[in-house]
Design a protein. Structure first.
Length: 689
């Protein structure tokens, strides 16, 4: 076998073996597995045993992996948190760029560089790459305010680094002029506006018409990513800027723990990001340090400059905003790694003869060391941050959260499962979903109906596996479908029921229809009746209707927490309609419930005003959520019986009727506080189904 290996299949096979084995070895050594491919690249690369060459294929796949890292960071960025903490991101970004810039410029002048080369070296130290972000995402701390601060700061540091590079390169090549500056500024503004305004409009249209076709949606996302990266080059910027903006533009259309997001993460983490790490390791040449001992001085100075500079920036930001020690260390871990903008600036500086070979080698060593320090710090202190958050959440959890989804219509099953994914994430539960199919016992050919139900449930398993959400399939045969659902709720200790509704009532006396009315009357669990006419990820806003006295229900605050989590995951603001409610009281309640979401409150004086004025103001892409009450319980009102029918005939295609958890049967009261006899409250005629 020739060395370096030239056969593509063998090259790819060696790389896959490295991606499999190296993280296992690192884990045995208690080192973050993400470092494994970097070390492997040093060993088998052209400057090690020379088994693989840093050819165009590895460079290409490595560049794709880098774009994936930045793109996913944009996708997972907490937009509301970013807006809320944008001043923190700006401050940290300025500190994280200019403090290392000062150190790097001083180092350049100390080793007798010219001013242009010294400032370029400083800008190299000022940038950073979110190499540790996949770890933060895996640990579930991506929406932590410190992580949001670091991600926002990354956009600023890398943008500044690229602008400094463009100006210095223009000066070195004699192209620096007023026209050059105006052209760069205009192209940058035009590029940003096109991505941030055009992409959301195209995406909304696409997702409304894609019909949940997984391959088509994934290819659309890849198109947006790489077209944005390509357009960045035409604008005079680096592709990583385009990738980050593409992630921001698609942020609200790809929610966490959905099928599409899982496909993106899987593709990135399994293949492309490891290729990027491998390519970084293959750049390292340890022999240079042995041949030129004076290079050690420059290397140590550059390492000291970037480590002290980034640590000082994180420390100042943490002191200003009162971040904990763990949050401070996570910020440092996310901002210390150098790769993307660093490599681009270094190689261009070398081509323009501003930087010499010793500087290039010193920067590559700095990249290696920081790429080890960053993931290590993120892993170590991210775990502490994650553990603290989990302890706080677990203290409020009394019983396992289990979600039941009765499925009967294959056309609406996927939309109900998408809603279940969002609710499951809102409740922070690791429990599986419980898709249920109930077959009438007295139906002829019941065995055939059971087989049909099992086939539909099998499709539910495939859909949930795409989102890496566990499922437990349930099939019940009962004389009455509603009773079968009720029995499953009791047997499996279900806490939430999500049921679909087509907007039609079986008879005028029914609220929804026989099946839904039956299990509503016979259960106390949190229940969500959904009519979903548009994909959840195209929701523009949540319109929340809170009827009078519903805040007195025992499950009201829990319901608000879930609804606010839905708002956060869909990146959709809340417009809250308070029926005869006091705005100040509800504002205080909302402010005490996490997460913080943009919320507007409007007081509605009567049901007549609601139907006459407010309903007419609803938009096509609104998701209307009505917090309702079961008949005979506190906060129930006869008008609540009319809401589903009214909502089924107005503009919004999607709405949820949300029934909070009842404390227990003995606590259920009538409208005036008198206890309602159980035999009257739950009396239903199953024979009407």
């Amino acid at each position: 076998m020739n060395i370096p290996v030239q056969e593509p299949v063998i090259i790819f096979g060696i790389a896959i073996i490295v991606f499999l084995v190296s993280p296992l070895i690192m884990n045995k050594l208690r080192i973050p597995g993400i470092i494994g491919p970097i070390v492997a690249g040093i060993i088998i690369g052209p400057n090690g045993f020379g088994l693989l060459a840093l050819d165009e294929t590895i460079k290409l796949l490595g560049a794709v992996g880098l774009l994936f890292i930045i793109f996913i960071a944009g996708l997972e960025l907490d937009i509301d948190g970013f807006k809320r903490y944008r001043h923190r991101s700006i401050l940290f970004g300025l500190l994280s760029f200019f403090i290392p810039l000062i150190f790097g410029t001083a180092i350049g002048l100390y080793v007798e560089f010219g001013w242009a080369a010294a400032i370029l070296l400083g800008s190299i130290l000022g940038s950073h790459t979110l190499l540790g972000y996949p770890i933060a995402s895996r640990l579930g701390i991506a929406k932590n305010k410190a992580v949001t601060t670091a991600i926002g700061g990354t956009l600023m540091t890398d943008t500044l680094a690229m602008l400094f590079l463009a100006v210095i390169a223009g000066a070195a090549s004699g192209e620096l002029s007023l026209q050059f500056g105006i052209t760069l500024a205009l192209s940058t503004v035009a590029f940003v506006l096109f991505i941030m305004i055009g992409t959301p409009k195209i995406s909304k249209w696409f997702f409304r018409n894609s019909h949940n076709e997984g391959t088509l949606e994934f290819n659309f996302v890849m198109t947006v990513l790489f077209v944005s990266g390509s357009l960045a080059l035409f604008a005079g910027l680096q592709p990583i800027i385009g990738a980050f903006l593409a992630g921001l533009a698609l942020n609200r259309y790809i929610y966490d723990h959905g099928v599409l997001m899982n496909r993106i993460r899987f593709s990135a983490n399994a293949l492309f990001i490891p290729f990027f790490l491998l390519s970084v390791g293959m750049l390292m040449d340890l022999k240079v340090l042995m041949k030129d001992p004076s290079a050690w001085i420059l290397t140590l100075l550059i390492l000291a400059g970037v480590i002290i500079g980034k640590a000082l920036a994180g420390w100042i930001a943490s002191k200003v905003y009162n971040y904990s020690k763990a949050e401070n260390r996570v910020i440092f871990g996310l901002s210390i790694s150098q790769a993307a903008a660093t490599l681009a600036s270094t190689l261009i500086g070398f081509q323009l003869e501003l930087l010499d070979q010793a500087t290039v080698n010193a920067v590559i060593i700095m990249i290696l060391v920081t790429c080890i320090i960053g993931p290590y710090m993120t892993e170590k202190y991210g775990r502490k941050l994650s553990t603290a958050d989990e302890a706080e959440e677990e203290s409020t959890v009394e019983s396992p959260e289990r979600i039941l989804i009765p499925v009967a219509n294959p056309d609406t099953m996927e939309s109900l499962l998408d809603l279940a994914f969002v609710i499951r994430q809102a409740k922070m539960t690791e429990e599986p979903l419980y898709p249920l199919s109930v077959v009438r016992k007295d139906v002829k050919q019941a065995e055939h109906q059971v087989a049909r139900a099992e086939k539909m449930l099998g499709h539910a398993v495939m859909y949930c596996s795409g989102a890496e959400v566990p499922v437990r399939l349930l099939t019940r045969v009962d004389e009455n479908v509603g009773r079968g659902i009720e029995r499953a709720v009791a047997e499996e200790r279900i806490t939430t029921i999500i049921a679909g509704w087509n907007g039609l009532k079986s008879t005028e006396k029914r609220l929804f229809g026989g099946v839904i009315d039956n299990f509503l009357d016979h259960t106390n669990q949190r229940t969500i009746i959904a009519k979903l006419g548009h994909p959840l990820n195209t929701t523009d806003r949540l319109v929340l209707l809170i009827p009078q006295n519903v805040h007195q229900k025992p499950g009201f605050k829990d319901s608000l927490k879930i609804i606010k989590q839905i708002s956060a995951q869909l990146n959709a603001p809340i417009h809250c309609l308070l029926l005869r409610g006091e705005k100040e009281i509800f504002q205080k309640v909302f402010n005490h419930i996490k997460p913080v979401t943009p919320t507007v409150f409007t007081t509605v004086e009567s049901w007549e005003e609601l139907y006459r004025d407010r309903v007419e103001e609803l938009r096509k892409n609104d998701l209307v959520i009505v917090i309702s009450a079961r008949k005979g319980t506190i906060a129930w009102h006869p008008q609540l019986e009319l809401v589903p029918e009214k909502m089924a005939t107005v503009i919004p295609e999607s709405f949820l009727i949300f029934y909070p958890t009842e404390a227990s049967e003995v606590d259920i009261r009538g409208a005036r506080g008198t206890e309602v006899p159980r035999e009257l409250l739950f009396k239903k005629d199953y024979d009407e189904m």
